[in-house]
Write a protein that binds this ligand. Structure first.
Ligand SMILES: Nc1ncnc2c1ncn2[C@@H]1O[C@H](COP(=O)(O)OP(=O)(O)OP(=O)(O)O)[C@@H](O)[C@H]1O
Ligand SMILES: [Mg+2]
Length: 267
C-alpha cells in the first residue's frame, strides 16, 4: 500500500505509487473554466474526501476520474488523469471497461425500475462477467452482503428496488457498483438524502469497503469527512487549495482558505 509522503501538502500533492493521479487538470464548460490546474494523487485502499463550498468543482473533478464529463456537451478537458499509471483519456481506452473499473454512486439513490436482484445483476450481465445463473446468484449475494443489505432483503430479492427505503436504496446502489468488482468507487454526496441512521450505516460500509477498494467521496459534511476519510482535499473556486491527511487538514490546515472553510467562516 502506498504511504503518504511527508510533502503531501499544498504544493506537492503526490504520494508513492498512487492508484490514480490528476495532473494539471483543467476543465471548461464551454467558455467557463471550472477546474484550474488540479494536481492530486488518490491513494490505493484509502478513502479520499473532497470538500469545499458549493460550486467549487468537487463533482466536476470527481466526474473527471471516470470520464463522466464526456457525456456533457461543450466540455473541454486538458491535463492528465491516470489509473495505475495509464492515461484514462488515451484514445485507446474503452470507456465502458473503464467505468467498470471505476464505479460511481450518486447523491440521489437511483435504482433501476427492476427487482432488487436485477439491479445488482445488471453490471455483471452487461459486462459478461458470468457464465451461469449460479455464478450470478453468487455475485448478487456477495455484493448485497458487502453493501450491508443482504439481511434486510434476502427474502424479497424479486421485489421492486423502488420499494426499498432511501437508505436501503443507496446501499443497493453501492451493491450494484460493487457487483462488477471495481477497483475504485466514486461517491458524490452519497448520504445527503439519508437520515442520520441510514447515514451511519453507509459510513460504516465505506469504512469496511476501503479494505478492498479505493474510494473518493464528495461530502458537504466535515464531520463525515473526518469520520470516513484518511485523506482530505479542499477545493475552492475550481482550485485544489490543500490536500493532506485528514487529521492534519482538520487540526492544522496550512492554507488560510482551508482554515476559513473548516472553521465555518465561508461556504
Ligand atoms: N453541466 C454543466 N454545465 C455548465 N456548467 C456546469 C455544469 N456542471 C457544473 N457547472 C459549473 O461548474 C462549477 C463547478 O460545479 P460543480 O458541480 O463541480 O460544483 P460542486 O463543488 O460539486 O458544488 P456542490 O457542492 O453545490 O455540488 C460551477 O460553477 C457550476 O455552475
Ligand atoms: Mg456537487
Amino acid at each position: 500500500m502506498a504511504a503518504v509522503s511527508q510533502s503531501a501538502m499544498t504544493a506537492e500533492p503526490s504520494v508513492a505509487s498512487p492508484k490514480m493521479t490528476a495532473r494539471d487538470l483543467n476543465l471548461f464548460y464551454s467558455d467557463n473554466q471550472a477546474l484550474f490546474d488540479v494536481n492530486l494523487d488518490i491513494v490505493e485502499r484509502q478513502v479520499t474526501a473532497l470538500i469545499g463550498p458549493s460550486g467549487c468543482g468537487k463533482s466536476t473533478f470527481l466526474r473527471c476520474l471516470n470520464r463522466m464529463n464526456d457525456t456533457i456537451d461543450g466540455v473541454t478537458i486538458n491535463g492528465k488523469v491516470t489509473l495505475d499509471n495509464r492515461d484514462i483519456y488515451d484514445k485507446h481506452i474503452d470507456v465502458v471497461q473503464l467505468r467498470a473499473r471505476i464505479g460511481m454512486v450518486f447523491q440521489k439513490p437511483n435504482p433501476f425500475p427492476k427487482s432488487i436482484y436485477d439491479n445488482v445483476a445488471y453490471g455483471p450481465r452487461i459486462h459478461g462477467l458470468v457464465n451461469s445463473r449460479d455464478e450470478l446468484d453468487e455475485i448478487v449475494m456477495t455484493s448485497l452482503e458487502r453493501a450491508g443489505l443482504l439481511k434486510e432483503v434476502k427474502d424479497r430479492l424479486q421485489s421492486p428496488a423502488t420499494g426499498l427505503s432511501g437508505g436501503q436504496q443507496q446501499r443497493l446502489c453501492i451493491a450494484r457498483a460493487v457487483a462488477v468488482s471495481p477497483e475504485v468507487i466514486l461517491m458524490d454526496e452519497p448520504c445527503s438524502a439519508l437520515d442520520p441512521i441510514a447515514t451511519a450505516k453507509v459510513e460504516e460500509l465505506i469504512d469496511e469497503l476501503r479494505s478492498n477498494y479505493t474510494i473518493v467521496i464528495v461530502t458537504h459534511s466535515m464531520q463525515q469527512a473526518a469520520r470516513v476519510s484518511q485523506r482530505t482535499a479542499f477545493f475552492h473556486l475550481g482550485k485544489l487549495v490543500e490536500v493532506g491527511e485528514t487529521d492534519q487538514i482538520f487540526t492544522n490546515p496550512k492554507d488560510e482558505r482551508t482554515k476559513g472553510y473548516i472553521t465555518g467562516r465561508f461556504g
